[in-house]
Design a protein around this ligand. Sequence first.
Ligand SMILES: [Zn+2]
Ligand SMILES: [Zn+2]
Length: 340
Amino acid sequence: MDDLQFGTRNKRGDFKPNGRLEFAPFWEWPLSIGKIARWFVGYLWPWNAFHMAVTALYWAFVIPAVGSFETLTWGPALALWAINAAGIFLMYGSIEFFYYVKRKQSTRFKYNVKFPAEQPSDVFWFKSQNIDNFMRSFFISIPLWTLVEIIFLHAFAVGWVPSVSFAEHPYYLAAIILISPAIHEVHFFCIHRLIHVPVLYKWIHSVHHNSVNPSPWSSLSMHPVEGFLYHAVALWHLVIPSNPFLALFQLHLAGYGALNGHIGFDKLEITEDTPLDSHAYAHYLHHKYFEVNYGGDGIIPLDRWFGSWHDGTAEGEALMDARFQKKKAKMNARKDGASV
Ligand SMILES: [Zn+2]
Ligand SMILES: [Zn+2]
């Protein structure tokens, strides 16, 4: 597939998609029903439908009766960790294997023409982004994901919070499922913006940002504090009236959904003529420029409201540069003031 029909390449060979990153169309006035309908299909298919299917499979075959979490024992916790790890190994690992190891579409649609394996660096364990990111995911973040899972299953099992049933409140629960990706975005924006505060950034979030050129294993490569806060989004289902199935879906949007921002390709060529949108560009720009696009996939325009939006165009780049210049001037003025 000719990726230059969809974007341009700079001298280095980095790919930049055409067009502008957009927020969900219900933030535009006048409302366009056609646009909203098209957006809604993309909202459900394929990624959120995939997370729902995985959640249903977990519910049917993996999660024992919630009542069994009334007492906490190591056995089920370790089994859940192993299943989460196996799921991530399968999902992230297959993208890694086909697109980064086998390189089945070479560098077509690849934002950064280099592959992490070609760029050893001292910031990583064993100087390898892949080994470092892999180990942090499986031995830090996925155990913390599992911890959050055990917390909410235990909370429902012992009755700290009531469980709302589908039989009694089907429309309410369907509405919560539909807004779960928005809950994820708001939670992620808030914790992410917080750990970009310089002192927290240095201590916590710099671990994730070591991967300037992210690949699938970078998705969950986090400091333990971030690893817990990130997955703790599922605990909102202990605050709003909900049930453990919805909490699990919310958890999967975080755990399995982290992949999207770190795929590194704008489209994955599933077959020669079937490209799959990765939804990765906004977060790729965050890894490239650090101080833009703290949010997720544009369901709620938080970055626009807080002045940190980069829409992927030359105009977005100019706005970002102007913000950086302003910030620099302010810091210099402060420094000059202090030295007088
Ligand atoms: Zn990231
Ligand atoms: Zn960040």
